[in-house]
Design a protein around this ligand. Structure first.
Ligand code: ADP
Length: 162
């Protein structure tokens, strides 16, 4: 049996924190399906195609990682992907409340699917897409937190939006 986990998120844009979580997950699962959420309510800075393309670029060489956009219910996406596990990352205590709520709701909707939480390496413990975007907007150096191609696209889009 192939152990598949889905890793859903907005990835606006994908950071080294997300990458670290995926790499750890591959030690536990045969395949990881990254679900790029449409997330219109979050009004993402990058559109869905751009976020998808950046993930494709970052994980191009890993045959055990698939990237799929999704917009419906997370549990439907998990079922369609043949996944028994939803993977989420935890940073600070502030993530905990929302993540536990989400896991509890998904469990009541789909009891056969488990949520697994992983933490990233300490150096990424404070990295979030929104913070990275904000620092880059103010011309701060975020090169430690992004894949070079993602950094390039963020810099270009920020420049175009100024
Ligand atoms: P969402 O809109 O679903 O929160 P994100 O792209 O912000 O999407 O995050 C996707 C998942 O990755 C979430 O579970 C989030 O907690 C986790 N995550 C993001 N950055 C990090 C990080 N630096 N370390 C650990 N987990 C992270």
């Amino acid at each position: 049996m192939t152990a598949i986990a889905i890793y859903p998120g907005t990835f606006d844009p994908v950071t080294r924190g997300h990458i670290d979580i995926c790499e750890r997950a591959l030690k536990m699962f045969d395949r990881v399906v990254i679900g790029v959420a449409d997330s219109p309510a979050k009004q993402p800075f990058f559109n869905l195609d751009e976020r998808y393309d950046m993930l494709k670029t970052v994980f191009a060489e890993n045959g055990r990682i698939a990237i799929k956009p999704f917009s419906g219910l997370l549990i439907d996406f998990a079922r369609d992907s043949g996944a028994a596990v939803i993977l989420r990352g935890l940073r600070a205590i502030s993530d905990f409340e929302y993540e536990v709520q989400l896991a509890g709701m998904n469990r009541s909707l789909a009891p056969e699917i488990e949520t697994v939480f992983l933490t990233a390496a300490q150096r990424y413990a404070f990295v979030s897409s929104s913070l990275v975007r904000e620092i880059a907007r103010l011309d701060g150096d975020v090169s430690d937190f992004l894949h070079p191609e993602v950094l390039k696209r963020l810099t270009a889009k920020l420049k175009a939006s100024k």
